[in-house]
Design a protein around this ligand. Sequence first.
Ligand SMILES: Cc1cc2nc3c(=O)[nH]c(=O)nc-3n(C[C@H](O)[C@H](O)[C@H](O)COP(=O)(O)OP(=O)(O)OC[C@H]3O[C@@H](n4cnc5c(N)ncnc54)[C@H](O)[C@@H]3O)c2cc1C
Length: 422
Amino acid sequence: MTTETQFPATVDVAVIGGGIIGASTALALARAGVRTALFEKGTLACEQSSRNWGWVRTLGRDMPEVPLAVRAHQLWTDIQARVEVGYRRNGLVYLHENEADAAANETWLREARAHGVQAEMLGRDAALRLLPQSERAWTGGMYSAGDGVAEPQIATQGVAALAREAGAMIYEGCAVRGVEKTAGRVDTVITERGAVRAQAVLVAAGGWSRLFCGNLGVEFPQLKVRGSALRTEPFDAGVSLAINGKDFTVRKRADGGYTVSQFSASLAEIVPDSFRLMGKFLRTWIANNALVRLRFGPRFFEELAIPRHFPADRETPYERCRVLDPAPYARGIDQAWNRLVHAFPVFRQTRVAQSWGGYIDVTPDAMPVMAPITQAPGLFLASGFSGHGFGIGPAVGETMAALIQGKQAPVDVRPFRLERYA
Ligand SMILES: Cc1cc2nc3c(=O)[nH]c(=O)nc-3n(C[C@H](O)[C@H](O)[C@H](O)COP(=O)(O)OP(=O)(O)OC[C@H]3O[C@@H](n4cnc5c(N)ncnc54)[C@H](O)[C@@H]3O)c2cc1C
């Protein structure tokens, strides 16, 4: 853990959360000469940003996110040129087994091309040539040679190192307990090390953003889904691109192994917020019931014990839980592994080295909020990335830095306003 020795009394911008979103925003702000301090309750990337699959993709995104995904590749390239984050454009393919999937992807790609996505539809033979190791009868795929991956274990730390170099102050093991206002405007963060005055405050607190905003009287409809993944020992299967095989996913890692999972290795644990937000999420649950399983378990009581309103002058839930570290959903990742081995028998030659879980923060429309909070002037929110915020992280940082400085954002941010849930 690294911690600055000096603790500031005043900054221009305080960033809450040291995941890829907070670190990328701190980098963009510091490069613009804005005096920025980032506060992380645990260690950098201790939650979602180190636990994800590592995909950096333009493919398959909701259209409003596509410009961010295209821009993110340019920014990852620049970051990788300065610090090792494991970013490489090895290609990414969504494989098909039926005409309906192919038609849906073709329709998506037609629209996405207008926003700068470069990809192609592959027929059966082209898919076979791309993946000769596979023994499954794919009918084709949607392939982007320019999509790729970065390494979640080092990426946020790399971005944070660049932010520090540019002048940002980064405090790990330092929870922000709340904020204070003067004349209705947020102008101070209360951290466990003391108060820091700031002209603007960004909440980039991942799965904690709903609690943080709620404590200030701002309603942010966000739940958490438990995702899981595994990695193999170092091994060469002859596969270097990232693959979405619909019921499994696999991608090559910089350490020589592979990260394996599936979209349906996800559990939506029933918690008190599930009932409070049922009206907003019901349609999403129904639409995704093949991918996300609803579960009742101990998490209900853990979240029930977390107060929704609390003062900032004593220990808060953020200090009581420094790192959300759920167990992996064993059945979901076992299934993914078996399906991978079935499709690519070459994987029988390796072993599973590790598996892990991570809470994914989700919104009702599976798109993030990236916006100023009109109810609380001075406060900004960048959260709810719904399982796909890692790849676009640097572009989100650039966008949030522009919004915070009152400048024109590089992408259209209207679809990301909080008010869409009102
Ligand atoms: C299993 C899994 C697979 C995924 N796969 C992909 C993928 O392949 N590609 C992709 O693009 N995305 C993927 N994602 C999603 C991606 O990881 C997230 O969208 C992204 O990391 C979100 O970043 P963040 O900075 O918003 O949140 P986080 O990384 O969760 O960071 C938030 C930080 O805020 C800190 N914090 C919270 N409250 C406070 C407080 N009060 N004070 C101080 N600090 C606080 C937390 O400790 C945490 O470190 C996946 C996620 C998971 C779990």
